[in-house]
Design a protein around this ligand. Structure first.
Ligand code: CMP
Length: 151
């Protein structure tokens, strides 16, 4: 069971001023500890690499345009069974299909601008965290550095 997952609060949610509400749902209501967090803008190359499993999909170019359209907030989240718990909190990929009360239902616009990304497997969580964060950017509650790949 993996204690860590990665989330991206996507450009339209940042533009629409939903960062605070989303973080409230994650950190306070959802009980995830934020172990690392930053606001960044993604290059087209970063998006293509991050979403490379989707490179043959018809929406890949549009997803790349969208994910580079403004800053995103990336965060490392910690909780027991983090991946499954976070996927429950965010709901299905398409906000239309997400259960009420989930982050994507509340703040997602459509299947592409679905407010947040969440890792889908322990292997991908570690890869995705390491994609955005160095070992000097992830902390325990006391501020000590942690290596998510060995915990
Ligand atoms: P995410 O959880 O970040 O993982 C892959 C992303 O691709 C997904 O959220 C959506 O933003 C996007 N996506 C998935 N399916 C579609 C689709 N049919 N049309 C447009 N974008 C999609």
């Amino acid at each position: 069971m993996c204690k860590y997952t990665l989330t991206i609060i996507k450009p339209l949610a940042v533009k629409n001023s939903h960062v605070g509400e989303v973080l409230q749902m994650i950190n306070v209501d959802g009980g995830f500890r934020i172990a690392g967090m930053k606001m960044i803008t993604l290059s087209r190359q970063q998006v293509k690499e991050f979403y490379k499993v989707h490179k043959e999909k018809p929406f890949f170019d549009s997803l790349t345009n969208f994910m580079t359209s403004g800053p995103v907030v990336v965060a490392v989240l910690e909780k027991e069974n983090a991946i499954e718990e976070y996927r429950k909190l965010i709901g299905k990929t398409d906000p239309k299909e997400a259960l009420s009360g989930t982050i994507r239902k509340l703040y997602g616009i459509n299947i592409q601008a679905n407010c947040v990304h969440g890792s889908d497997t322990p292997e991908n969580a570690i890869k995705e965290i390491q994609f955005f964060f160095s070992t000097s950017e992830i902390f325990d509650e006391e501020g000590n550095l942690i290596d998510v790949s060995i915990t």
